[in-house]
Design a protein around this ligand. Sequence first.
Ligand SMILES: [Zn+2]
Length: 508
Amino acid sequence: MTLVFTVILAGLSCTPINITIVHTTDMHGWYYGHRHDASEDADIADLYSLITLMKAKQTEHNIVLAIDSGDLIDGTGFSELTRPKGRFVFDVMAKMPFDAMSIGNHELQNAESMTYMADSFVTAMSGRYLAGQTVHKSPSKSMGAPYRLVSLPNTQGRLLIIGFVLNMQSASTEVTQQTVETFLNDARLNPIWKDPTIKAIICPCHFGTNDGLVTTIKNKIRGHFPSTPVVFLCGHTHVTGVDTPDDNSISQQAGFYFHNLGIVSFQLDVSASKTSNSLSNSRFEQIETIHTSSFSGPNSQSFTHDLWNSPEAVSIRDFVNLKVQSLGLNTQIGCSPRTWILPKYGPKGTNEDRVFAMHLLRIRDDLKKGPVFVDDLYTIDMYNFAIYLFANITGSDLNALLISDSSMANTDDDGSTEWFMENGQLFHLGGSNIRTNRAKNGKFKDDHNVGKVTPTEGKIYDLFVDSNIAGIVQNKLNKIAPGKYSWKATGTTFRPIFRKYIEEEMKC
Ligand SMILES: [Zn+2]
């Protein structure tokens, strides 16, 4: 038996190996699927099934890898309501058959999460969690490995997987955070640069496909591996896309919030030397994360319902559903009369005060028509930022601010700009698509927006802003009326206001 096996393999040793990578990124805790969209009802257990079934069909010449590019936490109640923050998100991920994961900026921003990761998650991932740039200050703790080497069948070489994250201005105090440039020159990477067994390099990167860091990494790699295939699996920007940094590399970014999966496949000529490898038949596709009993995936593989719901997948689904129940995430708090769509994130412009900055940092998802659940408070408002007050603004100054500041606002699906008015106070929701305008009598009025509401000259207003834009507003007011206004903390955050609004104004 062994002999026959060996003979077959020897005969096929020059056959290229097909590598298929299932890529996810920026899942942000969306393990439950999408409550409001039946066409996207896959959950994390479906992803488990997909990966394990694709892996079950592997052969010596068809290798399947599953790789994630970070930002596991922040974005659903699973992160906000479990302690240490995000604990449940990490516990689920530790059960998933991923071959590699890179760290995201959200993981790095939270000391509580970092401690849990170091103490539990990273250990459970045993070498599959890649965070070489992130070095724990305690020598006994690790935030992840700098890279991972995966052996190809029959000693035909190895795949190098090396994780990167964007250069952070500040990270949790538990760690020292290296820049990409410093990490690339770190002595820990010395063994890989001269390794002749490496046949392809895969880089899960927590930054976009068009980020200059892709070029920085590619240039470093090319200094040692002139034409070895390189695959960049990007994330962070929530912009899907594909690019070709050079002839033997591709960069791509899968969807976010569990909307899509990226499938990258390519052929690897393992007989080629490190200067003559070529990336042939490379392909990138996006697939919708549909819940399915007959998934038709790459290479037309199809899986039966029985295989899909393996005991392991069912146990992961039960684990998630129980947590939804215990945290009350499916508790209904109101009914939204319509859908407010968060505009898709766009490319960077030249103006730093651009509209998209507000969306990225503030309101994170649509408010869908129909039932509103507790978890929607967390998916829409990821940060629960503090609200600041600019008191006693004259109508004319406020008017000047609004006119100067169309860049701070954004439009909803009918093109209007959304502000929140209550008892004569004007709430800027920093990019909200939620029409939360109320007239003085407390009654919900459907059609107030900045295009139609002009502050009255001679009247005095209180302007409330979230902490994220307080500085921007302050600067603008300083120009309009130097020294006249300064922000004050209110002790209030947005999420409870949003909840109250839904409960009172969006009754079923
Ligand atoms: Zn990110």
